[in-house]
Design a protein around this ligand. Structure first.
Ligand SMILES: [Mg+2]
Length: 175
């Protein structure tokens, strides 16, 4: 894919990749069992994108407004230590996290889908959204994925960064 010089300059700086969960790592839908238990569906292909980023030396994080044991389980599985649950101000919470990490906002990428992601998307160096995001989010995103949330948007954004940083988007034989 052809990227503009402006977008390429932003991509080159990225060392930290942060994601929203609902509508980004998932399709935004929640199943409820009759016992009130919540279930969400995640994409294994997005998970592989996260593994590829890590292999490319990029740190990973999650910021969600939800307080969900499902998200904790998914973050554990993907070995993501930078996990913020129950955020009511993603920009502030990301800023607090960055104060403890060796990166600044210009070295941070964020992908989100809804209006509670807009401020943090304006704050970071590179922002993206799934194809089915809220229209106000699409208006301010640096990159709009061709794939929807939970269906490959995160993998697409991960590969955009890796390819344009001249890093691998495939795995070695024994990984
Ligand atoms: Mg969301």
């Amino acid at each position: 894919m052809e990227v503009s010089k402006e977008l390429l300059d932003k991509i080159k700086k990225i060392k930290f990749f942060v994601m929203d969960v609902d509508g980004t790592l998932t399709n935004g839908k929640v199943f409820y069992s009759k016992n009130g238990e919540e279930l969400k569906i995640f994409s294994i292909r997005d998970g592989m994108g996260i593994e590829l980023l890590r292999r490319g030396g990029i740190e990973i994080g999650i910021i969600t407004s939800e307080h969900s044991p499902i998200v904790e389980a998914r973050a554990n599985k993907l070995k993501i230590k930078n996990l913020i649950l129950g955020s009511r101000n993603k920009k502030k919470d990301l800023n607090d996290l960055l104060n403890q990490l060796p990166f600044d906002s210009s070295e941070t990428a964020f992908i989100g889908d809804d209006v509670n992601d807009i401020e943090v998307m304006k704050f970071v160096g590179l922002s993206a959204c799934p194809s089915d995001s809220n229209k106000n989010v699409k208006e301010i995103a640096d990159y709009i994925c061709s794939k929807p949330g939970g269906e490959g948007a995160v993998r697409e954004f991960a590969e955009l960064i890796l390819i344009n940083q001249n890093k691998s988007i495939i795995l070695p034989e024994n990984w």
